[in-house]
Design a protein around this ligand. Structure first.
Ligand code: ZN
Length: 178
């Protein structure tokens, strides 16, 4: 059974490194890492996770959007492994939305992201895919892609007043009490 891995938290230098390209996609150890990453994201109510967050500095991320207590309005999709991703094009339109990160527990931030991104990546079967992503899924992709480049969402928050604790976020944003 796939096990849940320990998550590197902000301050761990691995989160600030540029991750390495993957050339051994079919190796059993790499396929296992994919399963463990999916299990880790699921167990933590994450909608995505990147390999550097479990201290594996590879260009691998998982997009696993589904509604859960941390993101009640997330669209439902199968967890997808995205390997050696490239962003081919961005929309000019930027949208601000609330993000959190398994590596930065307890903090939410309002982050501007491109509304649409055109991306190319290799699947876990080794097939090259090209796809246009929009809105929440595009946001997850850009957040996780940043982890491969050594960035975290706090780097993109425009002002510290766009930050909240998880508790205030749950009360003000999710339950809409403002
Ligand atoms: Zn993150």
């Amino acid at each position: 059974m796939a096990q849940s891995l320990q998550i590197a938290q902000l301050g761990n230098p691995i989160l600030r490194q540029q991750a390495q390209r993957v050339d051994n996609i079919q190796d059993e150890s790499f396929q296992q890492l994919i399963d463990h990453l999916i299990a880790t994201a699921t167990a933590s109510n994450g909608v995505g996770i990147a390999a550097p967050q479990v201290s594996k500095s590879y260009r691998l991320l998982i997009v696993a959007s589904r509604p859960n207590p941390r993101y009640p309005n997330a669209p439902l999709m199968e967890p997808t492994a995205i390997i050696n991703p490239r962003i081919l094009a961005y929309s000019d339109e930027m949208i601000k939305g609330w993000e959190g990160c398994l590596s930065i527990p307890g903090i939410r931030g309002l982050v501007p992201r491109h509304q649409t991104v055109e991306v190319e990546y290799t699947s876990r079967e080794g097939k090259l895919h090209r796809q246009e992503l929009t809105d929440f899924v595009a946001r997850i992709f850009q957040h996780e892609y940043d982890h491969l480049e050594g960035f975290v969402f706090l780097d993109r928050v425009e002002t510290t007043t766009d930050m909240m604790t998880e508790q205030e976020y749950q009360q003000r944003i999710v339950q809409n009490l403002s």
